[in-house]
Design a protein around this ligand. Structure first.
Ligand code: AMP
Length: 150
Protein backbone atom coordinates (compact mmCIF):
# COMPACT_ATOMS: atom_id res chain seq x y z
CA UNK A 1 0.00 0.00 0.00
CA UNK A 2 1.37 3.45 -0.90
CA UNK A 3 1.44 6.31 1.60
CA UNK A 4 -1.05 8.19 -0.61
CA UNK A 5 -3.61 5.40 -0.30
CA UNK A 6 -3.02 5.25 3.49
CA UNK A 7 -3.79 8.98 3.63
CA UNK A 8 -7.09 8.56 1.84
CA UNK A 9 -8.54 5.70 3.85
CA UNK A 10 -10.47 6.03 7.08
CA UNK A 11 -7.89 6.29 9.85
CA UNK A 12 -9.70 3.66 11.93
CA UNK A 13 -9.10 1.06 9.21
CA UNK A 14 -5.32 1.41 9.19
CA UNK A 15 -3.71 -1.81 10.42
CA UNK A 16 -0.53 -2.30 12.42
CA UNK A 17 0.99 -4.24 9.53
CA UNK A 18 0.90 -1.07 7.38
CA UNK A 19 2.78 1.06 9.91
CA UNK A 20 5.12 -1.24 11.83
CA UNK A 21 8.91 -1.52 11.56
CA UNK A 22 9.56 -5.17 10.65
CA UNK A 23 11.61 -7.39 12.99
CA UNK A 24 14.65 -7.51 10.69
CA UNK A 25 15.07 -3.73 11.03
CA UNK A 26 14.62 -3.63 14.83
CA UNK A 27 17.61 -3.63 17.22
CA UNK A 28 17.01 -6.15 20.02
CA UNK A 29 18.81 -8.04 22.80
CA UNK A 30 18.43 -11.55 24.22
CA UNK A 31 17.33 -12.57 27.74
CA UNK A 32 20.71 -14.04 28.64
CA UNK A 33 22.90 -11.18 27.35
CA UNK A 34 24.88 -9.25 29.99
CA UNK A 35 23.40 -5.79 30.55
CA UNK A 36 26.71 -4.40 29.29
CA UNK A 37 25.80 -5.72 25.82
CA UNK A 38 22.33 -4.14 26.07
CA UNK A 39 23.87 -0.80 27.08
CA UNK A 40 26.23 -0.99 24.09
CA UNK A 41 23.32 -1.65 21.71
CA UNK A 42 21.33 1.22 23.24
CA UNK A 43 24.17 3.74 23.15
CA UNK A 44 25.29 2.76 19.64
CA UNK A 45 21.74 2.83 18.22
CA UNK A 46 20.68 5.96 20.11
CA UNK A 47 17.40 4.29 21.22
CA UNK A 48 16.18 4.71 24.78
CA UNK A 49 14.92 1.11 24.97
CA UNK A 50 14.79 -1.99 22.77
CA UNK A 51 12.83 -5.28 22.78
CA UNK A 52 14.12 -8.35 24.64
CA UNK A 53 13.64 -11.71 22.91
CA UNK A 54 14.16 -15.33 24.01
CA UNK A 55 16.25 -17.79 21.96
CA UNK A 56 13.09 -18.76 20.00
CA UNK A 57 12.58 -15.12 19.02
CA UNK A 58 9.58 -14.67 21.31
CA UNK A 59 8.95 -11.24 22.81
CA UNK A 60 9.72 -11.13 26.57
CA UNK A 61 9.94 -7.41 27.49
CA UNK A 62 11.98 -4.29 26.91
CA UNK A 63 15.17 -2.89 28.39
CA UNK A 64 16.24 0.75 28.57
CA UNK A 65 19.26 2.85 29.49
CA UNK A 66 17.72 4.28 32.67
CA UNK A 67 16.84 0.84 34.09
CA UNK A 68 20.37 -0.42 33.35
CA UNK A 69 22.06 2.55 35.00
CA UNK A 70 19.72 2.37 38.02
CA UNK A 71 20.51 -1.33 38.45
CA UNK A 72 24.25 -0.62 38.82
CA UNK A 73 23.83 2.48 40.96
CA UNK A 74 25.41 1.91 44.38
CA UNK A 75 25.30 4.26 47.36
CA UNK A 76 28.04 6.57 46.15
CA UNK A 77 28.99 5.44 42.67
CA UNK A 78 27.99 3.41 39.65
CA UNK A 79 29.27 -0.13 40.24
CA UNK A 80 30.33 -0.63 36.62
CA UNK A 81 31.67 -4.15 37.29
CA UNK A 82 28.01 -5.26 37.63
CA UNK A 83 27.46 -4.51 33.95
CA UNK A 84 29.19 -7.74 32.95
CA UNK A 85 27.65 -9.79 35.81
CA UNK A 86 23.94 -8.96 35.51
CA UNK A 87 21.77 -10.40 32.77
CA UNK A 88 19.16 -8.60 30.68
CA UNK A 89 16.39 -10.79 32.17
CA UNK A 90 17.15 -9.41 35.67
CA UNK A 91 16.68 -5.80 34.62
CA UNK A 92 14.14 -5.82 31.77
CA UNK A 93 10.59 -4.53 32.05
CA UNK A 94 7.89 -7.12 31.46
CA UNK A 95 4.68 -5.11 31.99
CA UNK A 96 4.68 -4.07 28.35
CA UNK A 97 1.57 -4.45 26.20
CA UNK A 98 1.92 -6.14 22.82
CA UNK A 99 -0.11 -5.77 19.64
CA UNK A 100 -1.03 -8.06 16.76
CA UNK A 101 -0.75 -7.26 13.06
CA UNK A 102 -4.53 -6.89 12.80
CA UNK A 103 -5.01 -4.76 15.95
CA UNK A 104 -7.23 -1.78 15.15
CA UNK A 105 -5.83 1.75 14.96
CA UNK A 106 -7.64 3.15 18.01
CA UNK A 107 -6.29 0.39 20.26
CA UNK A 108 -2.79 1.10 18.92
CA UNK A 109 -3.21 4.81 19.61
CA UNK A 110 -4.28 4.15 23.21
CA UNK A 111 -1.35 1.77 23.69
CA UNK A 112 1.30 4.28 22.63
CA UNK A 113 -0.02 7.01 24.93
CA UNK A 114 2.10 5.44 27.67
CA UNK A 115 4.86 3.80 25.61
CA UNK A 116 7.18 5.19 22.94
CA UNK A 117 6.69 1.93 21.04
CA UNK A 118 4.78 -1.33 21.31
CA UNK A 119 5.93 -4.74 20.14
CA UNK A 120 4.00 -6.68 17.54
CA UNK A 121 3.74 -10.45 18.04
CA UNK A 122 2.01 -13.34 16.27
CA UNK A 123 -0.40 -15.80 17.91
CA UNK A 124 2.57 -17.74 19.40
CA UNK A 125 4.19 -14.64 20.90
CA UNK A 126 6.89 -14.58 18.20
CA UNK A 127 8.30 -11.12 17.61
CA UNK A 128 7.24 -9.52 14.31
CA UNK A 129 8.30 -5.89 14.77
CA UNK A 130 7.46 -2.67 16.57
CA UNK A 131 4.92 0.09 16.20
CA UNK A 132 6.23 3.49 17.33
CA UNK A 133 4.32 6.44 18.75
CA UNK A 134 5.87 8.45 15.90
CA UNK A 135 4.16 6.26 13.25
CA UNK A 136 0.79 6.65 14.97
CA UNK A 137 1.17 10.43 15.39
CA UNK A 138 2.13 10.78 11.71
CA UNK A 139 -1.18 9.17 10.72
CA UNK A 140 -3.17 11.30 13.16
CA UNK A 141 -1.44 14.40 11.80
CA UNK A 142 -2.22 13.44 8.16
CA UNK A 143 -5.82 12.69 9.05
CA UNK A 144 -6.34 16.01 10.85
CA UNK A 145 -4.68 17.93 8.01
CA UNK A 146 -7.02 16.32 5.44
CA UNK A 147 -10.04 17.04 7.64
CA UNK A 148 -9.05 20.70 7.93
CA UNK A 149 -8.82 21.05 4.14
CA UNK A 150 -12.11 19.25 3.51
P1 AMP B 1 10.97 6.98 17.35
O1 AMP B 1 9.48 7.05 17.32
O2 AMP B 1 11.58 6.66 16.03
O3 AMP B 1 11.58 8.16 18.06
O4 AMP B 1 11.30 5.71 18.27
C1 AMP B 1 10.80 5.65 19.59
C2 AMP B 1 11.47 4.51 20.29
O5 AMP B 1 11.14 3.28 19.61
C3 AMP B 1 13.01 4.56 20.27
O6 AMP B 1 13.56 5.33 21.30
C4 AMP B 1 13.33 3.10 20.49
O7 AMP B 1 13.16 2.79 21.86
C5 AMP B 1 12.24 2.40 19.66
N1 AMP B 1 12.71 2.15 18.28
C6 AMP B 1 12.42 2.86 17.17
N2 AMP B 1 12.99 2.30 16.08
C7 AMP B 1 13.68 1.21 16.52
C8 AMP B 1 14.50 0.21 15.88
N3 AMP B 1 14.72 0.21 14.55
N4 AMP B 1 15.05 -0.74 16.65
C9 AMP B 1 14.82 -0.76 18.00
N5 AMP B 1 14.04 0.13 18.65
C10 AMP B 1 13.49 1.11 17.93
Amino acid sequence: MTSASIENMDIKNIKVSELMIPAEKVAHVQLGNPIEHALLVLVQSGYSSVPVLDPSYRFCGTIGKTAILKSVLGIERFEMELLSQRKVEEVMRTDIPSLHKDTDFLTCMKTVINFAFACVVDENGSFEGILTRRAILKQVNKHMYLDKDA
